[in-house]
Design a protein around this ligand. Structure first.
Ligand code: SF4
Ligand code: SF4
Length: 434
């Protein structure tokens, strides 16, 4: 039987589990507390990183019952991992949370229609490119016929939020998959593989195409294997580690199996996918082969290899907002800013708390509406003081969350991915950005 056919063992939270040993790294210093959005909003110890680690440890030791309260606190967490950045003891909070949520899912404590719909959508739609395309096409027709606006007053909470968050569905020509191969502009510097993502091609295909253009312009052949699938990050965050592993195994095969020499780097422009790819080793006990150590965010990679100039002038006032899964899970903060600084006349304006979560967090903003709104409002207050014409961020969930926040405040600001401005700055058009 191949490893892909092996059933995954049922996880148990006890003192022999990997998750328990992870909780022992916490020395209860509390340095993570003020970095935690849910602690800042609630002021509750159980809604803090230290509190959640304590809950997981207590359950493993049999001192605390695996109750609805424990399940709810693990799911109130945004998974932003700001606590990891602050932790002096190296607590791998993201890995603990994934495993803790998997145990909660197996215990049946994740209840409610929203969670069931999430599980169905992740397993049966997001993981299947054809079904996702069909659904997005349908939503496109709903938008074009303005049925969404007609139905808006009658939609229940979760669907109403989804309707507000969903950007305009691009026409089908803009939702075409990327070509399997895009040659480098000379002089050639190497070959990269590119992860398209699941929602990126359907909602933000323009960003994928901009990424490929910029990589090719910088001297890299771009290989986009057609049989790649969703990275599995959202599945893992929801507690469905089995689906995440299955998708990771499919991607390992799509990107060359055990051949680790086929490309220089595996590029993604989505922070959530990048974090998942970077940590895919701990999902695959048999080894991640072609994926191992290759994942790079597009900005990180271009900064590492050196961006080709000249770039044309783009006079604009810009804020860069760090996606949590780029700054906290991958430690990438300076690279996007350094690249943007290369663009003549672009004014990169700092705003307070740029590395704090925007409240998107995958499906969090649909399932934990109150907390997501509270976190978003803090983010918008910080951005308002900087008065940007453009807000840049590198993750599809953050793009949608910030776009909806900008619309809710009636701002004129555009929300975009940094690679889009770099792509524009490489182009011949001399028109201003805004
Ligand atoms: S991941 Fe974010 S929300 Fe969750 S405990 Fe850590 S800082 Fe708080
Ligand atoms: S900073 Fe780290 S060691 Fe300190 S309480 Fe938070 S998780 Fe525990």
């Amino acid at each position: 039987m191949s490893s892909a056919e092996c059933p995954e063992p049922i996880q148990i939270l006890d003192v022999d589990s990997e998750i328990y040993s992870g909780t022992l790294d916490c020395v209860h210093c509390g340095l993570c507390l003020t970095s935690c959005p849910t602690y800042r909003v609630t002021g509750r110890e159980t809604s803090s990183p230290r509190g959640r680690v304590h809950l997981m440890r207590g359950v493993a030791e049999g001192e605390i019952e695996l109750s609805q309260t424990v399940a709810d606190e693990l799911h109130l967490c945004l998974g932003c991992r700001a606590c990891e950045t602050k932790c002096p003891s190296g607590v791998r909070y993201g890995a603990l949370l994934e495993q803790g949520r998997a145990i909660v899912a197996q215990s049946g404590l994740r209840k409610g229609l929203g969670f069931r719909v999430e599980g169905f959508a992740l397993r049966h739609v997001l993981a299947h490119k054809g079904r996702l395309k069909w659904l997005v096409s349908l939503l496109g027709w709903v938008q074009r016929l303005r049925l969404d606006r007609l139905a808006a007053p009658f939609l229940p909470g979760g669907l109403s939020r989804a309707q507000r968050l969903l950007p305009a569905i691009p026409p089908s020509a803009e939702r075409e998959r990327l070509p399997a191969f895009t040659p480098a502009k000379s002089p050639r510097r190497g070959r990269v593989a590119f992860l398209e993502g699941c929602v990126m091609p359907e909602l933000f295909g323009r960003i994928n195409r901009a990424s490929v253009r910029v990589l090719a312009a910088n001297g890299f052949d771009v290989w986009v294997p057609g049989d790649q699938v969703c990275c599995g990050a959202l599945h893992a965050h929801s507690g469905d580690l089995a689906s995440a592993r299955d998708l990771a195994r499919q991607n390992k095969q799509a990107f060359g199996g055990e051949d680790t020499e086929g490309f220089d780097a595996l590029i993604t422009n989505s922070a959530g996918c990048g974090a998942a790819l970077r940590e895919v080793d701990h999902w695959l006990p048999e080894g991640s082969g072609s994926l191992e150590g290759k994942a790079r965010d597009v900005a990180e990679f271009l900064d590492e290899v050196g961006f080709r100039e000249p770039l044309r002038s783009l006079p604009a006032r810009v804020c860069y907002d760090d996606p949590c899964h780029l700054v906290h899970a991958q430690g990438v903060a300076s690279a996007p800013r350094r690249l943007l600084d290369l663009i003549p006349d672009l004014e990169l304006v700092p705003h307070a708390n740029a590395d704090r979560c925007c409240g998107a967090a995958g499906t969090y903003n649909l399932l934990q509406a109150q907390m997501a709104d509270a976190v978003l409002e803090q983010k918008l207050d910080d951005l308002e003081a900087a008065a940007p014409e453009w807000i840049l961020t590198g993750n599809p969930g953050c793009l949608m969350q910030l776009q909806s926040g900008v619309a809710s405040r009636g701002w004129e600001a555009e929300v975009a991915h940094p690679i889009e401005l770099l792509d524009q700055a490489l182009g011949p058009d001399e028109s201003p950005v805004a």
